[in-house]
Design a protein around this ligand. Sequence first.
Ligand SMILES: Nc1ncnc2c1ncn2[C@@H]1O[C@H](COP(=O)(O)OP(=O)(O)OP(=O)(O)O)[C@@H](O)[C@H]1O
Ligand SMILES: [Mg+2]
Length: 365
Amino acid sequence: MTITTDARVVRDRFTGPAIEAEHLVKRFGDTTAVDDVSFSVPQGTVLGLLGPNGAGKTTTVRMMTTLSRPTSGSARVAGHDVAREPELVRRSMGLTGQAATVDELLTGRENLRLMGSLYGLPKGEVRRLSDELLERFSLTDAGHKVVKDYSGGMRRRLDLAVSLIATPPVLFLDEPTTGLDPRSRVELWDVLRGLVRDGTTLLLTTQYLEEADQLADRIVVIDHGRIIAEGTPLELKDQSGQAAIVLTVSHADQVEAARALLSAHVEGVHVDVAARRLTAPAEGLHDMTRVAAVFERSEIVLDDLGLQRPSLDDVFLSLTGHRAESDTASGDPGDTGDTRDTRDTRDTRDTRDPADTSSTAEESR
Ligand SMILES: Nc1ncnc2c1ncn2[C@@H]1O[C@H](COP(=O)(O)OP(=O)(O)OP(=O)(O)O)[C@@H](O)[C@H]1O
Ligand SMILES: [Mg+2]
C-alpha cells in the first residue's frame, strides 16, 4: 500500500468537524458492542471517549478508522465517509491502537522509516522526520535498539511517533497511556498537548478519568456500548451535583465557632477536627461566595476556603453505579441481558480479529 499525502493541505482545506459519528452501531452476533453512538469533534480539539473495559471504545475507534464496518450508522473523518471513502479517511488520520503495532525485530528508527516509506514520503524527508520524531519522544539514544528491548513506556512513545510520521490532521489514540508509569504518562500528555496546539484533532479513549480531565475538551462517557453522558469535564462534574464547600480554620480553638457559624448558613456541615477542616454540600459558586462573606465579617481566621467539585471518578460512579476502573460489568443492572466476560473475549479477539487493514478488506468484501 502506498499512500501519498500531505496532511497539512487536507487540514488547511477542510473546515467542518474533524470527526463525526452518526448513530453508529456494531453487533457481533448477539452482542451489541456499540449501540447508537453519535458525536462530533471540532478541528483542533480533543474528545475523550471514556468507559470501563468492554464499553465499546475500541470497537468505536475501529469503525472510525476503517478497520471494521459499522453494522449501521455512519462516520466521517475530515469530511470523508468511512464506508464510501476509506482511502481518503486513512490519508487523513493516524492511529495508535491498543495493541502495539510496531515491529519488534526492527529498531525504533527502522520502524519509523518503514512507515514513512509505506506512506510514499520521499527518502530524505523520511530520514529527517524519523530523527525529528525520535528526538521529540526522547528516543534518540534508543533509536538504534531493536524494539523488543524497549520498556513499555518507550514502546508506547514509539507507537505514537510512528502514527505521526505522515503528520495526520486527525489522530485516534486507543488507551495511549495504559500500562505506563505516572512519569511517562505525564510526559505523553505533554506531547499530546503539543500536537493539539499545532492543530491536530485527537480522539482518545481512556479508562483514566484523570486523563480525560487533563486532556479532553469534551468527554463522551460510554458504558455497554451506549452514551450515558457527555459534556466538558466541568459540566460532567457539575451534573453529578456534589460540589462541596471546604474550609480550613487556622487556629484549632476556633473550629467549634466555625462549625456554629457555618451551620447557621448551610446544612450538612461535617467537621474533621484534627485537620481543622469543615465541609458542607454546595450548589455552586454562589454558595461559596455567600459563606466567604459570612466568614469575612467574623473573627475566625481561615487558611483556605474553596469549592471542591466532584472528581470524574465520582461522576462515573454516580452515572453507572460502578467505578470506571472495575474490569467487569458485573453487578450492573443494565438491560442488555448478556453475560459476556469482557476480559476473555477481548484477549481472544485480539488474535482473531487483528487490527490491520487486511481484516478490513475481508470485512468489506
Ligand atoms: N471481534 C469481536 N467479536 C466478538 N465480540 C467482540 C469483538 N470485538 C469486541 N467485542 C465485544 O464488544 C464489546 C466491546 O468491546 P471493546 O473492545 O470495544 O471495548 P473497550 O471499551 O475497548 O474495552 P477495553 O477497555 O477493555 O479495551 C465487548 O463485549 C467485547 O467482548
Ligand atoms: Mg479497548
